[in-house]
Design a binder for this molecule. Structure first.
Ligand SMILES: Cc1ncc(COP(=O)(O)O)c(C=O)c1O
Length: 445
């Protein structure tokens, strides 16, 4: 905990409000420990039960995490408007930022010409009465999903993949329910699940997706939902293979009590085929985002699923946010229909594949095993994350510590390859080899 910040309060509500306001102000940073319950109770002159209640409330709201003897800490991404800069160690100005997990902006298709064409052709303003999922967008999405083997008779549109996943979890689960997630898995999803008051059960993931044994254990633990990343798994780059899909379909067949969610966020950027699981359980959904191929600022994803699940998500949206702006829907439709945009997306996909494969190969040449079958990240197992992150930073590269993505998985670092050039690969691979290997006869550095 920051030496400057003193938690205050005489009631559990006041204590949790004090912690929350410290997180908002950045005085308690992600990962900072909170004082032990008894110590804080002593300092504040309240009973340990009062402090324990405050910590429990913060835990249920996903602001803090308690990990046995490691005590209670602020979550990596607490769901209050903390300073974004505090979420990852800020890249030093003299380092290359390979920690972001973002696509290369230079490879996103330009929106300007499509916006101009839309503006020129726009008719009368759309009102409340006629706003909904655009039939043309739904038809185009259905066609694209059907080509990948996804039964998409029922679909709706959400404000991105994570928004879709949030709506699915909220529609099917209750606070305290458990969700099976890949371990390592996408940090934002882990934080969302905590913020919804749900619990995570980690499922080990290899290059072909979540392991069958891991899913079996999670099912036995009573999870109510399973989230699978179809391709470009974040952080490992795994993609669900045909064999894995078949084995998982057999395992999940007819699990009436389980909501199956597939996240196909890479969509058109993925150069490996989709092997969907959707339809094997009565309750299922696949979300396909436009963020990675066309731009994160479009905030749009298509959500296909069984009739009841789609109706719950669409119906809940109707009594809340309403719909995703038809202006955005028209823009996405224009991007989908434009052959020049499709060519740009293909070029971006080729570029990411070359950078990722190049880094994995360069690391293999130096005796380092790394994961990165698809997507924009490479996951490199390391003996000690702090040592590796620090050594790489000293060599001029900012990478993300694996702790942001892990539950019980082994230590690693995540390297986002989206902005790497061919000439970056040898020095980066050399720096990584130095960062993870003990110096002969001496301590690791
Ligand atoms: C696994 C995963 N799913 C989804 C997304 C994108 O989601 P959204 O559509 O909300 O931008 C990301 C972005 O990094 C991701 O890593």
């Amino acid at each position: 905990m920051s030496a400057r910040y003193q938690i205050s309060g005489a009631t559990s509500a006041a204590i949790s409000a004090s912690v929350e306001s410290a997180v908002r102000a950045g005085a308690l940073a992600p990962g900072d420990p909170l004082p032990a319950v008894r110590a804080l109770a002593g300092e504040l002159g309240v009973s340990p039960a009062t402090v324990a209640r405050a910590y429990q409330e913060l835990r249920q709201r996903g602001l803090v995490v308690t990990a046995g003897r490691h005590g209670t800490r602020v979550r990596p991404r607490p769901p209050v408007a903390a300073r974004r800069a505090a979420l990852l160690p800020p890249p030093r100005p003299d380092t290359r930022d390979l920690a972001s997990g973002h696509p290369d902006r230079r490879l996103l298709p330009p929106l300007g010409p499509h916006l101009a064409a839309l503006a020129a052709g726009f008719g009368p303003a759309t009102g409340y009465a006629d706003a909904a999922v655009l039939p043309e967008l739904a038809a185009a999405a259905r066609e694209r999903l059907a080509a990948d083997g996804v039964p998409a008779d029922e679909l709706t549109v959400t404000g991105g993949a994570l928004d879709g996943i949030e709506r699915l979890l909220a529609a099917h689960l209750r606070p305290g329910d458990a969700v099976a997630v890949e371990d390592p898995g996408w940090a934002n999803l882990l934080d969302l699940i905590a913020a919804l008051g749900l619990r995570t059960v980690g499922v080990p993931v290899d290059d072909e997706g979540p392991t069958v044994a891991g899913v079996r254990v999670a099912l036995a633990a009573g999870v109510r939902a399973l989230v699978v990343t179809s391709r470009a798994q974040n952080p490992t780059g795994a993609a669900v293979s045909a064999d894995r899909a078949e084995a998982l379909r057999t395992l999940l067949a007819e699990r009436a009590d389980l909501l199956l969610i597939e996240d196909d966020h890479a969509a058109e950027l993925a150069r490996v085929p989709l092997h969907p699981l959707g339809g094997v359980t009565p309750a299922w959904a696949l979300v396909r985002s436009v963020s990675k191929p066309y731009g994160p600022d479009l905030r749009l994803a298509v959500l296909a699923g069984d009739e009841a699940t789609v109706a719950r998500v669409a119906g809940r949206a109707q009594v809340g946010a309403g719909w995703v702006s038809t202006v955005l829907q028209h823009l996405v439709l224009a991007l989908w229909r434009d052959p020049a945009t499709a060519a740009l997306v293909r070029r971006a996909a080729d570029g990411y594949d070359r950078r990722r494969d190049g880094l994995v190969t360069a690391l293999a040449a130096r005796g380092l095993a790394a994961h990165g079958r698809t997507g924009i990240n490479v996951w490199v197992p390391v003996p000690d994350e702090t040592v590796a992150v620090t050594a790489l930073r000293d060599a001029g590269w900012s990478v993300a510590p694996g702790s942001l993505y892990r539950i019980a998985a082994a230590p690693a670092v995540r390297i986002t390859v989206s902005t790497l050039d061919d000439t970056d690969l040898p020095p980066l691979a050399d720096a990584l080899a130095h960062a993870v290997r003990p110096v002969k006869g001496g301590a690791p550095y």
